[in-house]
Structures are given as C-alpha cells and as structure tokens.
Design a protein around this ligand. Structure first.
Ligand code: OAD
Length: 244
C-alpha cells in the first residue's frame, strides 16, 4: 500500500487523530460479528431477537446464556496486528480511540483510555442499579447482584437502548476536535457511531476510511483505503516510522 508523502509527514508531526473501529478490526482475530453465521446451538438465533431489553425481560436465562457463549468465544482470541498497530500509532500521534466493539481486544493489545460506545462483553452490570462487575458467581443464571438481589446483565448496549452518555460525549468531542479521523472496519450504518466521521468532516478534519468493502461513508471521505485493517494499519505505521 502506497501512502501520500504529505499525509505521512503530517502524521509524523504528531497531530490529533481520532480513530473509530468496528467489527472489521476484530474479524481477523476470529471474533464473529453480529452478522456472521454462528455455529452450534445458536446457529438459528438472530441477535435481533436476543440483544434487546424485552428479550432479557421475557427470557433472562436465554439471553444470559447467549452472551455467556459469546463471552467465551471472545476470551479465546487474541488481538491482531491491527489492534497492535494502533498502540504503535498512539506513540507517534495524539490518538483518541473510540470503538463499537465489545470484545476488549484494544485494551488487551495495550491501548489506553479506549472509549467503548457499546459497552464490554467481559463485564456485566446490575439490571437495576447499573453497578458494574468484572467477576460474579454464576451458580444461578443469570447471576444476581448480591447487594440488590436484581439480575446481572451483560454490560453492553442493546437495540433501542441509549449509549453511555460519558462515552458518547467524549466521542463527539474527539470527532469535533481532531485533525485526522480514521474510520476502520465499520459498516457505518449504526448510529450514533456513524455520525462521528461526519462530525469530523464538518469540523474540517481529513477523514480516511479503512475497509474491505464500500460503505455509505466511502463517497464522503478524503481517502478510502481498501483492504484488511491489520495489513493497512501495519503498513501505515511502518511507513510513518521509516523515513521520519
Ligand atoms: P459490521 O459487521 O456492520 O461491519 C463490519 C465492517 O468491517 C464491514 O463494513 C466489513 O466490510 C468490514 N471488514 C470486515 N473484515 C475486515 C477487515 N479484515 N479489514 C477491514 N474491514 C473489514 O460491524 P460494525 O460496523 O462494527 O452494535 O457494526 C456496528 C454495530 O452494529 C455493532 O457495534 C453492534 C451491531 O449492531 C451493538 O451491539 C449496539
């Protein structure tokens, strides 16, 4: 992949860069996306049926078990070269990392202060008080909050739910204030995350999309880099570091 020399020089000066990632960056680690066919007992189940507050209310055990299955999948995979390249990029530019992924792989790779728009599947929270837990006693499914007695639920955003306000506000600020915005491995169809590159564009940032396929964002951005996120990000970091 050949990058423009002006852009590489600009990046070498350490500008404010905001990155938004989606399921595409974790695909190469083997994390099945919502839209991928899932094997085994869950192969006939649509996430649309299960990732809702209504589903949890009517059948909490089924929803808990489905997330437990996904959590185990996520625990078996490793960050890939794309996640790691972003850790390296953060040593060169002033980087804010926003993710729609709930797998925690950016943090495992070594990224700090990741803004998680859709929560994190490795955690759960009390369905009444919102108190967060990284560990719980799951002799009963779903487990209960020992303090409130209410069910624990996965700490992720379900359809029809609001995004965590702190994360969303931090993401809006990072989109408004950056000089370069990278939209990586996201279909740019799910809002409000899909607004972020548009906010950056309106504020005058250079917006770059890294994706294997075209998305609704592609026609609006300054550069579209087509291909694998891990390959392109590794090549970008190598190019910035090479003659700087
Ligand atoms: P999608 O599954 O909608 O899109 C994944 C994108 O990654 C697609 O545009 C693919 O072309 C691209 N892609 C796949 N493999 C790639 C690779 N190796 N390198 C580069 N690009 C690749 O995932 P998201 O956009 O993240 O929300 O989906 C957004 C939200 O929809 C998710 O966070 C989830 C779901 O509903 C919630 O859970 C609230």
């Amino acid at each position: 992949m050949k990058f423009e020399a002006d852009l590489l020089n600009y990046l070498r000066r350490g500008p404010l860069v905001t990155v938004l990632t989606g399921a595409g960056i974790s695909a190469e680690s083997g994390v099945p996306t919502f839209r991928d066919a899932i094997q085994g007992v869950w192969h006939n189940v649509s996430p649309l049926e299960l990732a809702t507050p209504q589903a949890f209310q009517s059948d909490p055990k089924r929803v808990w078990d489905w997330y437990a299955y996904r959590r185990e999948l996520v625990k078996q995979v490793e960050p890939n070269a794309g996640h790691k390249a972003l850790v390296e990029l953060a040593k060169i530019v002033q980087l804010t990392l926003i993710t729609q992924n709930v797998d925690g792989l950016h943090q495992l790779a070594g990224s700090h202060d990741v803004i998680e728009l859709h929560g994190n599947i490795r955690w759960c929270r009390c369905s009444e008080t919102g108190e967060r837990f990284e560990q719980w006693d799951d002799t009963e499914t779903p487990p209960r909050n020992p303090r409130s007695g209410a069910y624990l639920r996965p700490d992720v955003v379900w359809f029809d739910e609001r995004l965590p306000a702190n994360a969303l506000n931090a993401a809006y600020d990072a989109a408004k204030n950056c000089e370069i915005f990278l939209s990586i491995g996201t279909s740019s169809q799910v809002y409000p995350a899909a607004d972020l590159p548009k906010i950056a564009l309106a504020a005058g940032a250079t917006v770059i999309e890294i994706n294997k396929s075209e998305t609704p964002l592609s026609r609006k951005v300054h550069h579209c880099w087509r291909g694998s996120a891990s390959e392109i990000l590794s090549a970008l970091v190598a190019a910035i570091s090479s003659t700087g």
